[in-house]
Design a protein around this ligand. Sequence first.
Ligand code: 6PG
Length: 255
Amino acid sequence: MSYIDTTTAGNMSMATLNPNVAPQQSRWHVFATVGELEDAAIAHILAAAHEAIATRGAFHLVLAGGTTPRYVYEALRAEQADWRNWHIYFGDERCLPPQHPERNSRMATVAWLAHVPIPAAQIHAIPAELGAEEAAQAYAETLKNVPHFDLVLLGLGEDGHTASLFPMQEWERAISWPPVLPVHDAPKPPPDRVSLSPDRLSASRATLFLISGTAKADAVRDWRDGVAIPASRVSAQGQVDIYLDSEVAREAGMN
Ligand code: 6PG
């Protein structure tokens, strides 16, 4: 694993544009294979959980959607952890029925959550089946109980989106947001979604991006060149770690 430490300069411009957005301090980690990236992600998550539970008695983790984290979730089911003190949230959700195979909560449940003894009352799915506006309001109420997450997992889309914060959409024209946003006309189906806002995703002690696949190389290159892609708007109060496999890093001109 090679390791590059950098502050993404582009966020400095975001900070001047919007004083509410702290410059993102990002640590970029390049792994030879996707397997190594996934193993490192599992270790990172377990270490964050151990520290949070030892220090504060609970671990508040936000899950990423999409396909990249699936293996990480599947591998977590075999791990020994203090599951009774884990609290699970979602960074975004698709407005589909709860058991729909394309729901992010369904993917995480089948891959991991149904196989470990995290109390059901501590797994907080976004009720996206209610529709984007009603679900966003309901989830904002849920999040009032957790002012700071311990770790937020996020993916990256080819267009630089993260969670369901897509470029060229209404949220980008605002400088403050409610904690949870209804999303319509998403370019990645389904069009109706619910997403935590940049600020709410940033209300975390740490953030970990998991990025694999050369299709994301342009977004990674823009990010490192200081272009204010949606992913660069997430600035954890602690550390933003970005895990990439060597193929996407190479395509993005990193090594
Ligand atoms: C979603 C995700 C989305 C995802 C990226 C990357 O609901 O689709 O929240 O933000 O993380 O699109 O998706 P892949 O991991 O499938 O490439």
